[in-house]
Design a protein around this ligand. Sequence first.
Ligand code: KIV
Ligand code: ZN
Length: 550
Amino acid sequence: MAEHITIFDTTLRDGEQAPGYSMNLEEKLRMARQLELLNVDVIEAGFAIASPGDFASVEAIAKTMRHCTVASLSRALKKDIDCAWEAVKQAQRPRIHTFIATSDLHLEYKLKMSRQQALDQVASMVRYARDLCPEVEFSAEDASRSDIDFLYDVIETAIESGASIINIPDTVGYGMPEEFGALIAKIMNNVVNIDKAILSVHCHNDLGLAVANTLAGLRSGARQAECTIGGIGERAGNAAVEEVVMAIRTRPDLYDFSYDLKTEELYPTSRLLSSITGVAVAPNKAIVGANAFAHESGIHQHGMMANSKTYEIMTPESIGLKKTTMVLGKHSGQHAFVRRMEELGYQLTTEMASKLFSDFKSVADKKKEITDRDLIAMMESGTQAAPKIYELVNFVVNSGNNMTATACVTLKRDDKRMQAVEMATGPVYACFKAVERIIKHPYVLEDYQLRAVTEHRDALGEVLVKISDENGVFRGRGVSTDVIEASMLGLLAAVNRMIEASEQNLSLPNQEGFLSAGAKAKSWVTLSQEALSRDMKVSGTVKEDVTKEL
Ligand code: KIV
Ligand code: ZN
């Protein structure tokens, strides 16, 4: 009978550690809910001791998940383990994931420890964790570059001390598939008590081999795969969950395994991650990239028409990409709109449906055909949980190749309208300066991305804006047939989140005892000084309360 593979998702821990992928609590919760829909077995929700924000997210996810195991990472140190346990203890199925490096390189230069000291630490800390939590996973960091006999001792000790999952990371992505597969086989054959634990693999992608190494590890006896959505993670990332699972699904002749993951949720999960983080999925990304099921060449299209198996080894439907024959336009009614949204995987409340349908109608007035990608973009920007503090009333821009751009922007807060005029080197920049003048809150523009949602001339423009202040990083997304309007909507969504955080005085609480407190505080000082010394200064005048005039 096919043996079961546990899918351990570390998008919210190893994935979130990658630059550009950081998420706030609300975003991590949305992602975790989707991961539970995807039906992963384990969610590694974070590294609880890393910061108060990490702790709060792990705790919130632990309280919210109904059936997934929720794990927190922790070094093999009492204070880390205590913190991890505090964060996960309310989960239906809590897990402490504790680790220590086992390669001589890490022991000598990073931990400054002998092998014996590391071994003692494994014994005492795994036992300590096991006394708190019913399920303990132990990872031997840099396992693939560790002395193999020492690695056997470490694993045996960890199991003896109460770990029921032993994870073998290829931390720096150094392993080759045959070699990594052989390492797992050797562990299976040489560690005397290995039958009392599940062996897990955790592969990094520095040489582009994370998925190949993961599959090799599974073939050799590992029964847990640690992966992330889209393969995001430290440096070149981790093994991509969609690639590992679809390889198993597509090649049961080689991988005779069962899994609980709902592959039909892979595409929506990838979309959600991209929509939350603003990092686009590469078009040629295996399984979930925009071109993964596109057949451009005539020969391929001909083959596909004759029999889709000629060029397609899996169906778009198997990953949750639904084909449609229905085209929506300005004559479509709310019923058809809601039905298509459901087919795309979105369950709308009545309130969301009427708000989105009204967005849809205004886009349909300007754009003849509304494609699925338009609907997804509208959904992702229209339902973002940004508070409505400042609202756009109107804007006028004057721009050209031989002139300085000018923007006149009117915003509304409660019933008060405020207007500012700004000049800058471009129309978007002028608008952003005008908004900043009105809100009187300096921020750093961290990132701005503009893309066309579809290929056609009347495509919707989608803008992603990332700004920061002393309370953190805030994102916003805007969609419109007018790219300046999309930019303004994206900026205002981010600004409203920033203002809400600042008005609720969500400044970082006392961070004593957490890992990165100093680093975070320092980076903000640098950012804010930079911001203030550049063009972010708020000075000059704003025409306030212009209600009567407009
Ligand atoms: O890559 C790695 O070694 C890790 C461990 C901490 C599990 O992420
Ligand atoms: Zn890792």
